[in-house]
Design a protein around this ligand. Structure first.
Ligand SMILES: [Zn+2]
Length: 256
């Protein structure tokens, strides 16, 4: 079920109802029904990245290897990103960092450190604004290009991985990402580490879903996540999982 097929079904349903109304005593109020279903599909499709509704997104990999990918959104963070890097180094793990452009100012050295320690950097827009999904295609392109330029100026690489803010996709966002040739990256294990849940609950949530090919979503923005991360890394090591960056799991390029 994609945006295009949903629109086609809506068109068919509306046409059938209108035609029936010509020949039978059918009121056009019946149009409310397909409209409501269409709206429900749009809401589901834009909020659930695994639905691949507006654009295809990589959310996991099929692999025979015992391997999982870690991803950190919303950095770089002056306090917590270095702590994440230290923990990853301790466990010989690599990860992907989806950075927000406006957080880069003053933290350029962190980008260099992420890159030099073998992790990858992806685009998570410039503003990550709560209202970002109301932007048009050009607005999204500006968001992506601004962050791409900042990252290029720091590490000299052109990013190709993109993660939509809040995991929400829209037709405009999908078009912008496609025109700028980004791989849209989702996840299949959402830690919910930015909620009020305890370290134990979050850790349990991730560990109970851990399986080969998974992409785990975390945020390098809180001390709680540091505690969760240490437990996850420990659990993965004890269970024989190798932890890598997203592009290595998916066998795609992080940079162009
Ligand atoms: Zn985010």
């Amino acid at each position: 079920m994609t945006y295009n097929t949903t629109r086609l079904y809506l068109l068919i349903a509306v046409s059938v109802i209108v035609m029936l109304s010509w020949f039978f005593a059918i009121t056009l109020w019946w149009l409310i029904l397909p409209s409501a279903v269409y709206l429900a599909c749009l809401i589901y499709g834009s909020s659930v990245i695994q639905a691949n509704f507006f654009s295809p997104a990589y959310c996991s990999a099929q692999t025979a290897e015992k391997i999982i990918a870690l991803s950190f959104d919303d950095g770089p963070h002056a306090e917590y990103t270095p702590q994440v890097l230290a923990l990853l180094a301790q466990y010989k793990a690599t990860a992907s960092f989806f950075v927000i452009g406006k957080n880069i100012h003053g933290n350029e050295s962190l980008l260099k450190q992420i890159d030099s320690e073998g992790h990858s950097i992806g685009n998570h827009t410039y503003s990550h604004s709560f209202f970002i999904d109301f932007k048009n295609v050009q607005g999204f392109k500006n968001e992506l290009n601004q962050t791409a330029e900042l990252v290029f100026n720091s590490i000299g690489k052109k990013m190709q991985l993109f993660r939509p803010p809040y995991g929400v996709t829209t037709p405009h966002l999908a078009k912008a990402a496609k025109q700028l040739d980004y791989h849209t990256i989702g996840w299949n294990i959402r830690s919910l580490d930015t909620t009020n849940d305890t370290v134990e609950v979050i850790t349990q949530r991730v560990q109970s879903q851990m399986q080969s090919g998974a992409i785990i979503l975390l945020h390098d923005t809180s001390s709680k996540t540091m505690q969760v991360l240490e437990q996850i890394l420990n659990f993965a090591q004890n269970n024989g999982y190798k932890i890598v960056s997203v592009e290595r799991l998916l066998k795609i390029n992080a940079y162009r």
